[in-house]
Design a protein. Structure first.
Ligand SMILES: Cc1cc2nc3c(=O)[nH]c(=O)nc-3n(C[C@H](O)[C@H](O)[C@H](O)COP(=O)(O)OP(=O)(O)OC[C@H]3O[C@@H](n4cnc5c(N)ncnc54)[C@H](O)[C@@H]3O)c2cc1C
Length: 395
């Protein structure tokens, strides 16, 4: 039976778990320092040991069959407490696609390795010229006996440099509507013909990549579901992605930090909190956070009652990402002059001293710079507004 534990009891269990996070890991997350693959994997292993790595998966696939409320509570509490971002590509994205649409052989082969963090997955959707207009993707998969030959390019592929596998949308047919010729392929990143080129973003960090495929041989058994059915699976995955990017727990954590800065940063002989324009800005952010949190709880209640997320998933993505950016900007502003010096090397250690300002300054600036992407990834906010216009306003 689903959700046997009462929500308050479950929240207590998650808090207890989050209290046990290693201090070094929590310190890095709390101060936006650089996380390595080992940091993320260490967290995934802790979750695995607790039996929660795939809590929202059905029990038959090793999950706990969490209700939408339990899942929300888990994400809220762990992010708030300083747990790393739960890298979604395996546990949240491809795992559910595989147990829903995959063959028995694919389930047997891949699901245990996702649960054990043996495989690191990347998401190969976007291409140059096919981001918002994903159906325009051009990476081709041509059948050659019992293999596909894959040729093309993906871009913005997060952590491809760490990936063992990539799930890709590829074009298997040029006929009919563009959406109909798209298939969902699982590609081993060790295959010959794959080249990864790093993209260093304006926070001077390397998280995203270009991935090139030059006649890469992929066994036909790595096709998920039907050939030409990829668009349907991709849409299911994208709607999961949008609900997750509201990231309320993360905003709660960042707001707390901002409040602390407002109390400890001195301006004109007193704390920043006493400076009316800043106090007003802080109050507005807190109000927006409260409204977002309430909206998310309403959406969770609707999901508990069995309704599918519609326009509200887009609304939460827009409001969540804008809030993250505005909190990060307020923190960067609160740094004052210390906010104009940024050196990504200061993110490497346990908070080495920057040129000027508090030791938290590099992490705050990284968050501000990297966070500009939040209104782009997971479906840009303009596209989310188009979806709301269609679904909610009938335009
Ligand atoms: C940090 C980061 C990580 C990412 N990670 C991944 C990943 O792991 N895997 C992956 O596949 N992709 C990833 N992406 C790609 C991301 O999904 C795309 O960037 C996004 O879908 C936008 O596509 P685009 O960059 O091609 O921009 P475009 O689609 O070219 O859009 C450019 C601008 O035009 C606007 N626009 C486009 N069409 C419309 C329209 N119809 N109406 C109104 N405005 C419109 C957009 O909102 C945007 O402002 C990542 C992106 C970033 C920035």
């Amino acid at each position: 039976m689903r959700g046997q534990t009462k929500p308050a009891e479950f929240r207590g269990e998650v808090r207890e778990f989050a209290r046990m996070l290693p201090d070094g890991l929590r310190h890095k997350v709390m101060h936006n320092l650089k996380l390595e693959k080992e940091d993320y994997v260490a967290y995934l292993k802790l979750l695995e040991a607790r039996g929660w790595i795939v809590g929202h998966w059905p029990k038959q696939y090793g999950g706990c069959d969490w209700t939408p409320l339990q899942r929300f509570i888990f994400e809220e509490e762990t992010s708030e407490a300083g747990a790393p971002w739960l890298i979604p590509f395996g546990v949240n994205y491809v795992g559910p696609i595989l147990y829903t649409f995959g063959s028995q052989a694919q389930k047997d082969r891949f699901l245990p390795r996702i649960r054990n963090s043996d495989d690191w997955w990347a998401q190969g959707y976007s291409e140059p010229g096919a981001g918002s207009d994903l159906a325009g993707l051009r990476t081709r998969a041509v059948r050659d006996g019992d293999h596909y030959l894959v040729t093309g390019q993906k871009i913005w592929t997060t952590y491809a440099q760490w990936a063992d596998w990539i799930f890709c949308l590829v074009r298997t047919s040029q006929e009919d509507r563009p959406q109909k010729g798209i298939s969902f392929l699982l590609i081993n990143m060790k295959s010959s013909g794959i080249t990864i080129r790093p993209i260093v973003t304006m926070d001077m960090c390397h998280d995203v990549n270009e991935v090139f495929f030059d006649a890469v041989r992929v066994p036909v058994e790595n096709l998920v579901g039907e050939e030409g059915g990829g668009w349907t699976y991709a849409k299911v995955l994208l709607s999961n992605e949008r609900v997750l990017v509201a990231e309320v727990g993360r905003s709660t954590r960042q707001l707390r930090r901002l409040e602390k800065m407002a109390d400890t940063t001195l301006r004109g002989g007193g704390p920043l909190r006493g400076y009316a324009p800043f106090a007003r800005r802080l109050a507005e952010l807190k109000l927006r956070h409260f409204v977002l949190q309430s909206t998310c709880y309403q959406a969770v209640a609707d999901a508990m009652a069995g309704s599918q997320p519609g326009a509200e998933a887009s609304l939460m993505k827009i409001r969540g990402s804008e809030l993250q950016q505005d909190i990060a900007e307020a923190m960067a502003d609160a740094l004052g002059l210390a906010g104009i010096v940024y050196n990504a090397q200061d993110l490497e250690g346990m908070g080495s001293a920057p040129g000027i300002g508090p030791f938290e300054a590099p992490g705050i600036l990284k968050d501000h710079l990297h966070g500009r992407a939040a209104t782009i990834y997971g479906g840009s906010n303009e596209i989310q507004r188009n979806i709301i216009a269609k679904l909610a306003l009938g335009l």
